[in-house]
Design a protein around this ligand. Structure first.
Ligand code: GTP
Ligand code: MG
Length: 411
């Protein structure tokens, strides 16, 4: 019986019992091997006021102080985005990590349009991906994914709640990117204040209907703690270390004591890192592709089709015209390359033949010269031999004459 009915989707699915091992269980390993071979890409957008601790948190999260921590100026007339890409490796896993940091967020007098540049950046990365997908000749697997997979939104540790500008920015971002809220520099807030602060923020989020990223629950990861009960994560970052019982520990030292970054009694940092690395990196990539990018893609395709249906078919027609143009140029370039390769090859062979001919000719010349020399030598030897023969005959004749003289004398 056919498993698939012709064109009408899946028909009856028959369960087949295998009579022995055929190796199907290696499929997950094949997938794992391919993933390790291809490496991973992850892009983090850090949104927060200047000096709120964005770069320091990246150093702490990935346990490396080589992340760019150059302080940005507080006097930017407008918001900027700073993008840095790093290559990280742990055992046999490679990660290409891009960190996009806001520069001068909230430093301007008119904070109203602060978020527009961030929204545009996220959309531009979606558009870049969409253009690749729409190409007739796509290279999705080698195409670098620049889409933002998570946005760390840093809330100033005011102890009160979200600012108006936070609400406006979060509202414009929440359906475009996975948002994780962080209470920055949480070491300066008291424990009770922090609880109330978190409550206020969550109430405001609910009131404003702002959706933040929902961490998948995995019993093994936090041992039963519900990740979304911790949010917003009160974090502490540091680039300093202290030696504790022979172990170098990331901390912040104050005149009154020491705060350890990875101590869960001091901050939620360790929860954030565990959740992010152990259960959410891939989930965030999937959500970005399946939810946020999908939404963008649908909107863009609808926009293209609508303008096409309304008679303004410039966008789609233009797109396919460009594609056709690109293909024609590509074909032309390839043809040209083939032709020039062929000409080059023929030229090279001709040169090789000429070189070989020259070599043969010089070889022939040297052999010919050698033969002439040998011939001359032989001629000389022949002449000498002939001379020797003549001299020998003369000597023989002289000795014969000498023998005949005494016999005559005796007569
Ligand atoms: P720009 O890139 O200039 O906008 O700054 P940033 O947001 O990247 O902040 P950065 O990480 O450079 O930190 C700025 C200052 O805040 C540094 O002096 C850090 O040591 C300090 N800092 C960072 N994290 C924390 C924290 O958790 N608590 C406290 N108290 N200070 C912090
Ligand atoms: Mg920075």
């Amino acid at each position: 019986m056919d498993i698939l009915a012709g064109g009408d989707g899946p028909a009856e699915l028959r369960q087949l019992e295998l009579n022995g091992e055929v190796g199907l269980d290696s499929l997950p390993y094949q997938l794992m091997k391919r993933s390790i071979h291809e490496g991973f890409v992850f892009n983090i957008l850090c949104v927060g006021e200047s000096g709120i601790g964005k770069s320091t948190l990246m150093c702490s999260l990935f346990n490396n102080n080589d992340f760019d921590c150059t302080p940005s100026s507080h006097f930017h007339p407008e918001l900027k985005l700073k993008t840095k890409t790093y290559s990280l490796q742990e055992l046999c896993t490679d990660l290409t990590l891009t960190v996009i940091e806001t520069e001068g967020y909230g430093d301007q007098i008119d904070k109203g349009h602060n978020f527009q540049l961030i929204v545009d950046y996220i959309d531009d990365q979606f558009e870049y991906h969409l253009q690749e997908e729409l190409k007739i000749k796509r290279s999705i697997h080698t195409h670098l994914d620049t889409r933002v997979h998570v946005c760390f939104y840093f809330i100033a540790p005011s102890g009160r709640g979200l600012k108006y500008s936070d609400v406006v920015c979060l509202k414009s971002l929440h359906h475009k990117v996975n948002i994780v809220l962080l209470i920055a520099k949480s070491d300066i807030i008291m424990k009770e204040e922090l609880e109330a602060f978190k409550r206020n923020i969550n109430n405001e989020l609910a009131r404003e209907k702002i959706n933040i990223y929902c961490f998948p629950f995995d019993e093994e990861v936090l041992g039963g703690i519900l990740p979304n009960n911790i949010s917003p994560f009160a974090v502490i970052g540091s680039r300093d270390f202290l030696d504790v019982e022979g172990e170098s520990v990331r901390c912040r030292c104050y005149p009154w004591g020491t705060v350890f970054v990875e101590d869960e009694r001091h901050s939620d940092f360790v929860y954030l890192r565990t959740l992010l690395m152990q259960s959410s990196l891939e989930n965030m990539r999937e959500t970005t592709h399946n939810v946020h990018y999908e939404l963008f893609r649908q909107g863009r395709l609808k926009q293209m089709t609508r303008s096409w249906e309304c008679g303004d078919n410039t966008s789609l027609t233009e797109f396919y015209r460009q594609e056709r143009e690109w293909l024609r140029n590509d074909l032309k370039a390839r043809e040209e390359k083939l032709r020039s390769d062929f000409v080059e090859k023929v030229k090279r062979r001709e040169e090789e033949f000429q070189r070989e001919e020259m070599m043969m000719f010089s070889k022939y010349n040297s052999i010919f010269r050698e033969l002439v020399l040998q011939e001359n030598e032989l001629k000389e030897k022949k002449q000498n031999l002939q001379k020797e023969i003549v001299a020998f005959r003369q000597r023989v004749m002289t000795s014969n004459c000498k023998q005949r003289v005494p016999s005559t004398y005796s007569k």
